[in-house]
Design a binder for this molecule. Structure first.
Ligand code: TPP
Ligand code: MG
Length: 548
């Protein structure tokens, strides 16, 4: 008996089984067969304006839901996804990149078919560099196994994968009676025990341990375990920007954002002065740790990620990240008294913000103070590169508020399309998008996609008339951008509401209206002085200046 499933249908079935409900992308002739299968399936297709938008949306979808998918045509579409896939790789986001392609029969004698770059496998070779696993489903005999293999790699490593679907294979049946293997991975029990012994001994002997909790805690869904560990021991927790929102910032043991020189001094001193820094799921990146200003020494660190575990100078093999995080909960860790520790700035009540200076021009500092009061438990903050990201580091994230940003790879143009992925992944969330004018000009047209799928982000556009962050490094006319009438975009799109914000009062009014107006998106064009900057960028500049 033959299985009724075709290769395309099996891929759809597996995506669904892993929680995917939406696929982002733009069709083309090489992928039409699969689009037809998708449109008849339980997955919903989301058409973006541009493939890059689809890629950023799928990346965020994966961050919120655990797996995301983007599907496009060969090369002209696919190569536009090189950047977003690179980001997903660099920041550990499991995105399944599905590309249509010329049929295997069509490839014989190497004809010059449209969209081909050099060889038929040119695009595949590009994606080999950008993904953790890749495959061309050229053989129906192995196609199901190949799909299982790459999807498993995406889930195991939380990195993107590439699946190429030749158009004459997508409708072919795969092998009958295929059983999807269940893949369990276990730690080596001896290695795990030895690692936990050493960690327990080191933590208990430490005078002032501290946890630095980062992005992999999110990706592996270990927020609760982290919270339990901190509650059980009273060891204070800090988070780098990329990991912001791994833990509710109201907890008494939460220190704040640790960003080397970009962060607050008291947090930096506390972390760097600790005799036992427990880095959990952290990327030791420059931006994440404040442009190489962070000082963390291996001799007093426990460094655990999904790829590596080291305690001081010892490395342990075959220890799953999850087991290492859960292990200490069953150990006898000293319970400490929570002394006086740095705390993030608490939210200023809205009433206290209503200063008599309401007609004062809006500044970056005041903008973020007021946004703090606007956040709720159902906000997902999506920050783009630039002062949108620096300023957002100081936002006060509550228990279940999510914070998403490309804080390591820092590709501009992330936030507007990313908000589409975030809201479709979890419709209970209302995105608060923070985006600079330069970044907005790259992908802001995805507001059309926002309108089409009836999403309702609040987009705060920081209009400082150019590449502000760059101006502080080296200025020139190349940092200027053409001033659009951003607030009038709703007229063009036939949806949404636009606001001009020039004063603190304008901001208050616009935010109050945005809160009420949930039918579609709101675009707040916040007009800032070109050289104004957030306190975080100020701190960084001041510290770097001191070193020169
Ligand atoms: C795709 C991409 N191109 C260029 C850069 C380099 N870059 C970093 S910040 C920045 C300026 C960002 O301008 P804007 O979005 O207006 O934010 P602002 O710095 O003004 O707050 C540029 C060009 C980048 N990070 N990503
Ligand atoms: Mg700008």
């Amino acid at each position: 008996m033959k299985t009724a499933l075709t290769i395309g249908e099996y891929l759809i079935q597996r995506l669904y089984a892993h929680g995917v409900r939406h696929v982002f992308g733009i069709p083309g002739d090489y992928v039409l067969g699969f689009y037809d299968q998708l449109s008849k399936s339980k997955l919903r297709l989301i058409n973006t304006c541009d493939e890059q938008g689809a890629g950023f949306a799928a990346d965020t979808y994966a961050r919120v839901r655990g797996l995301g998918a983007v599907c496009m045509t060969y090369c002209v579409g696919g190569l536009k996804l090189a950047n977003t896939t690179a980001e997903a790789f660099a920041e550990k986001s499991p995105v399944v990149v599905i590309s249509g392609a010329p049929g295997m029969k069509e490839r014989e004698k190497n004809p010059l078919l449209h969209h081909k770059v050099r060889e038929f496998d040119t695009q595949k070779k590009v994606f080999e560099q950008l993904t953790i696993a890749s495959t061309v489903l050229s053989d129906p005999q192995t196609a199901f196994q190949e799909i299982d293999r790459v999807l498993h790699a995406a889930l195991r490593f939380k990195r993107p994968v590439y699946i190429e679907l030749p158009r004459d294979v997508v409708g072919m049946p795969g092998i009958p009676h295929h059983k999807t293997p269940e893949l369990h991975e276990r730690s080596d029990p001896r290695s795990l025990r030895a690692a936990l012994d050493e960690a327990e001994q080191m933590i208990n002997a430490a005078r002032r341990p501290v946890i630095l909790a980062d992005v992999e805690i999110h990706r592996f869904g270990l927020q609760d375990q982290l919270l339990k560990l901190a509650r059980k021991t009273n060891i204070p927790v800090a988070a780098p920007v990329l990991g912001k929102s791994v833990i509710g910032e109201h907890h008494p043991f939460y220190l704040g954002i640790y960003e080397g020189a970009m962060g607050r001094d008291d947090v930096r001193q506390y972390v760097e002065g600790s005799d036992c820094v427990i880095l959990l799921g952290a990327f030791m990146t420059d931006i994440n740790l404040g442009i190489y200003t962070a000082r963390l020494e291996p001799a007093r660190s426990i460094y655990a990620t999904s790829e590596k575990l080291s305690i001081r100078y010892h490395s342990y093999e075959d220890v799953r990240f999850k087991d290492f995080i859960q292990g200490p909960l069953r150990r006898h860790l000293r319970v400490r008294r929570l002394g006086k520790i740095p705390r993030p700035a608490q939210i200023t009540p809205h009433s206290a913000l209503r200063a008599p200076r309401s007609a004062r021009p809006i500044s970056v500092r005041r903008l973020f103070e007021r946004l703090n009061a606007f956040l709720t438990d159902s906000t997902v903050v999506v920050a783009d590169v630039g002062d949108a990201l620096f300023g957002a580091a100081d936002l006060f994230i509550r228990e279940s508020t999510e914070f998403i940003s490309p804080a390591y790879y820092t590709s501009m143009g992330f936030a507007v399309p990313a908000s589409i992925g975030a809201q479709l992944a979890n419709p209970k969330l209302r995105p608060l998008v923070l985006v600079g004018d330069g970044a907005f000009q790259m992908t802001g047209m995805e507001l059309a996609t926002v309108a089409r799928y009836k999403l309702n982000p609040v987009v705060v556009l920081l209009n400082n008339r150019g590449y502000g962050t760059e101006r502080h490094m080296q200025d020139g006319p190349y940092n200027d951008v053409w001033p659009w009438a951003y607030h009038r975009l709703p007229e063009i799109l036939g949806a949404g509401r636009g606001f001009v914000v020039e004063t603190e009062d304008d901001l208050d009014r616009a935010l109050a209206e945005a809160q009420q107006w949930t039918k579609s998106f709101c675009l707040l064009e916040v007009r800032l002085a070109p050289l104004d900057r957030s306190p975080a960028l100020d701190r960084l500049a001041a510290r770097l200046a001191k070193r020169l």
